[in-house]
Design a protein around this ligand. Structure first.
Ligand SMILES: [Fe+2]
Length: 259
């Protein structure tokens, strides 16, 4: 029997596949295998994972050489206003205004200062300001959805933006991504770059999402969900979400590869 196409595959089938992979992982833990905090490279319920990672043995490269041809911070210095995604146009973007803030830490819990943190996200209607996103949700002329900042001396970062909406994607019939913000954190070299996603507490789409669920261990998976922090909220203005990012070490924050 051939594999059903994306339009023929239901959420129930995807959810059953997710549970089967998670069950095999729990069984492997029972046999003494080590816990896994990174996403599975191949995660069948997330159909395109096979296309999203190298199939050949990786080559070691000279870190200095690759710096000569790698992306850099951009064409100009990082300006403080680039961390506010709500002031990039003449008007205010539509949606629920929010603050995202936290600390970038290394695996030993030490702050990582002066690091480039980049974010990109859909607008409040769940649409990216990108030509490849053509789904019929409205664009917002006052929202581009891209920002960046440098961590401070204590590893802290802070963005003001609007809460992104869920959006449909082609993994299976009626597939919707939970609301999320994409993050990139550069270390001290391009080869250390971490790319991941931040999610929101209480989102009903999280248990259904094969990208989020591709981290088979619940402990690192749940670290991708920010915490609502009333102390971070601005009265009468914006909700606050706190999300710390741990880069490496004995308790890393989780996925970096294909999210
Ligand atoms: Fe996305």
């Amino acid at each position: 029997m051939s594999t059903p196409s994306a339009v023929e595959t239901t959420q129930e089938q995807i959810s059953a596949e997710i549970e089967a992979v998670h069950r095999r992982y729990r069984e492997s833990l029972g046999k003494g295998d080590p816990p896994r905090c990174q996403p599975n490279l191949d995660f069948a319920p997330y159909r395109s994972t096979i296309l999203r990672h190298p199939l050949k043995t990786l080559h070691h490269i000279d870190a200095d050489t690759i710096e000569l041809c790698s992306p850099i911070f951009g064409h100009h210095e990082v300006k403080p206003e680039e961390s506010d995604l709500t002031i990039q146009h003449i008007g205010s973007p539509l949606g629920e205004r929010m603050i995202i803030a936290g600390q970038v830490l290394d695996g030993e819990g030490r702050p990582v200062p002066h690091q480039l943190v980049e974010v990109w996200q859909a607008n409040a209607a769940g649409r990216y300001a990108h030509k490849q996103d053509q789904h019929p949700a409205p664009l917002d002329p006052n929202f581009t959805g891209v920002g960046r900042c440098l961590t401070d001396a204590n590893g802290g970062y802070r963005f003001q933006t609007i809460k992104p909406g869920a959006y449909p994607w082609g993994n299976h019939l009626n597939a919707w991504r939970p609301a999320h913000v994409h993050f990139s954190i550069f270390g001290t070299a391009f080869t250390q770059r971490l790319v991941t996603q931040m999610y929101f507490p209480g989102d009903p789409l999280l248990p259904l999402d094969p990208i989020y669920q591709s981290i088979v261990d619940p402990t690192p998976r749940e670290r991708l969900v920010a915490t609502y922090d009333p102390g971070l909220s601005t009265p009468g203005w914006a909700l606050g979400y706190r999300w710390n990012i741990v880069l490496t070490g004995s308790s890393p924050s989780g996925p970096s590869r294909k999210l």
